[in-house]
Design a protein around this ligand. Structure first.
Ligand code: SF4
Length: 201
């Protein structure tokens, strides 16, 4: 458990929390990071984006690796890219895989949008997620529903940290199958042990 009060939560951890609270705990509190081939590939792709700097691409000013934070939400971290077209700001998050089935990437992007609004005073109405594997850009509207869900994820993260206990495994095997921390988490074994304890064996 990080010592003392957590001031600002990393934006990327909201992604983990939305995917699975136990994964969030293992990564943020325990510092676990299983490096497998997809994770390495993702790190390499991120390094290419994370060189930082600003350049023009046609009419768009492209800022790379932009540090953002929200004092209201107490979150902070880097946006891979912020595109500026006149007054319009568009955060773009790069992900190494294909388009996911879950909303975790959307939550991270929305948190970036909220930070960007707070830092610039300009409304951010949409963002994008670029998936390297499919080389597709998914446009995401920053709707009020997504904002509510994102703020709920932030509140949940702080509540979990306050509680101070590792969450149990989720029982969604499709997520566990794609989770790099499965060998550390041992979801089936842990759930089995918990059910044996409940049975008093
Ligand atoms: S293996 Fe499953 S329960 Fe464990 S951290 Fe990953 S997604 Fe969560």
């Amino acid at each position: 458990m990080p010592e003392g009060r957590i001031d600002y939560l990393p934006l990327s951890m909201l992604n983990q929390l939305e995917y699975c609270p136990r994964r969030f705990w293992l990564m943020y509190v325990c510092g676990e990071m299983e490096v497998n081939a997809p994770v390495l590939e993702g790190q390499y792709q991120h390094e290419r984006v994370h060189a930082g700097g600003t350049s023009w691409e046609g009419e768009t000013l492209v800022h790379r690796r932009v540090y953002l934070w929200s004092d209201r939400l107490r979150v902070a971290g880097f946006a891979d890219v912020v595109e500026e077209r006149g007054e319009v700001l568009i955060p773009v998050e790069h992900k190494h895989g294909r388009m996911g089935r879950w909303l975790n990437d959307h939550i991270q992007l929305c948190a970036q949008a909220i930070c960007l609004e707070e830092r610039t005073g300009r409304p951010v109405e949409r963002g994008a997620i670029f998936y390297w594997k499919s080389r597709r850009r998914l446009w995401v509207e920053i709707t009020s529903d997504l904002r509510i869900r994102t703020e709920a994820a932030v509140a949940r993260a702080f509540a979990l940290l306050e509680e101070g206990r590792i969450p149990p495994p989720i029982e969604q095997w499709a997520r566990c199958r794609d989770c790099s921390l499965e060998p550390v988490c041992l979801p089936r074994e842990v759930l089995r042990l918990q059910s044996l304890e409940l049975e008093g064996r």
